[in-house]
Design a protein around this ligand. Structure first.
Ligand SMILES: [Zn+2]
Length: 114
């Protein structure tokens, strides 16, 4: 029997382990991690997306403990609340649901890659 067999695959450039989950909003309008209940409101910004997402980063919050990316809401691609550096992409959440989320335009993979 080999000692300490480590079969974890790690790729430096991948965001393996990242999951997209719905943020939880509490009565005091805090944003919380759905897994550990940590208040993540202050992490608003762009955060790594899972490898299979159509973008490298997603705008919203993250839980540094659980490696959850918690997207903000996006109703359509040119929502008036976006500035010209944010667009909306459809991503798949860990529960299999899909919806539009905000993402920095420069991080969205272009569709015309061969
Ligand atoms: Zn968490």
């Amino acid at each position: 029997m080999p000692e300490g067999s480590t079969e974890r695959q790690t790729a430096l450039t991948s965001h393996a382990g990242r999951e997209i989950a719905e943020p939880v909003r509490d009565d005091e309008r805090n944003v919380r991690c759905p897994d550990c209940d940590k208040v993540v409101s202050a992490s608003k910004g762009s955060h790594p997306a899972p490898d299979d997402a159509p973008t490298d980063r997603i705008w919203g919050w993250q839980c540094g403990v659980c490696e959850n990316t918690l997207p903000s809401n996006a109703l359509r691609e040119n929502a008036p609340t976006f500035n010209d550096r944010i667009t909306a992409v459809e991503v798949t959440f860990r529960d299999g649901s899909q919806r539009l989320v905000p993402a920095p335009k420069t991080h969205v993979y272009s569709g015309d890659q061969a």
